[in-house]
Design a protein around this ligand. Sequence first.
Ligand code: SAH
Length: 400
Amino acid sequence: MLKGEPTGKVVVKPEREDAVKRRHPWLFSGSVAKIEGKVQPGDVVDVVSQNGTWLARGFVNPQSEVPVRIATWEPDERLNEEWLWNRLQQAWEKRKQLGIVDETDAFRLVYAESDFLPGIIVDCYAEFVVVQIYTPAMERWRETLADFLTELIRPKGVFERSDFDTRLREKLVPRVGPIRGDAPPERILITEHGLKFLVDVWRGHKTGFYLDQRENRVRSEHYLKGERVLNAFSYTGSFAVYALRAGAKQVINLDTSSEALRLAEENAAINGFAGSVQSMEENAFQLLRQFRDAGEQFDAIVLDPPRFAPTKATVPNALRGYKDINLLAMKLLKPGGFLVTFSCSGMVSAEMFQQVLFEAALDAKREVLILERLTQSRDHPILTTFPESEYLKGFVCWVW
Ligand code: SAH
């Protein structure tokens, strides 16, 4: 039984106090004046000001770049089992209230800080639940979390995909495998907005599927119904299936991953579009150039590259990368064609990304109108006190 009693105090530097009071949930190492008490990674700690005033309570990991993740600003709230259960239940109620469970059986149930559960991500895929645990505190709660999810969702199984980079930065070893119930099959069949997709939760990206793009897929459908559509950085071809349903005649899925493309073909086939997709296992930077040189033309293009800017230092390079592919895509579009373009770099703001599109349009000598601004799906809500929870930006552009 985890009681969650604080074992120590973390004293905040005076100049950083305001950030805590303004409810930013991360305390960076540069903000910590000292840690009092014998704290172990994963312990509960109180966050206090230099003069000892209580400010917040959270979980500590002295080995992390973020030594404290704050979970509550209520002095009476204990970070115990009851807290975990309540938070999970609230997260579940919120998804139900939003109607997400009526649109899909694959969605994010817990989005870490945005659900006031730092260190935990929980994604549901049909009858299975996939968890990502990435702090020593939540590592201690692993068994309880699995029990609670079993009780709350009644899935066939709870599966762990704790193998991503945030976890390594917390000095935890990767772990993948079933925790409760049945092990998931190699491919789980999900239904999203009436379309079917196969998801590999064992080896796929993230926990298997880009759930954050779900609402953008349905919103961009309208723009993707032209004769010939290019789905660049396709992964398992989710945008292609939506495009085909909308009426596109032919869609090219372009990705460097052969496994992703194979699954993309199956995803098209199970929705009845086997004959209309083509796979190209190529580097997008090169293939877009080849298409340009060959004078290829498309009615619509989706650009959904991986995160180009993982850190602040990589932003300038990332912007060059975004400009490059967007410029090429603009050139490849017929007049009046649609470009649905994304950046999932948290470090690149929507303003910066729009600036990139502006520069690309000038260089491509095309007139570009922004029709829609897109963001991550509502099951990945952006916490206003935590701008870092926003990472996905997209634009639907009309290219003339
Ligand atoms: N749009 C997809 C998610 C794309 S994730 C969806 O909604 O499901 C980014 C994809 O880009 C990954 O599948 C990765 O394999 C691919 N990728 C990374 N670098 C690439 C490159 N240089 N050229 C083509 N594909 C690339």
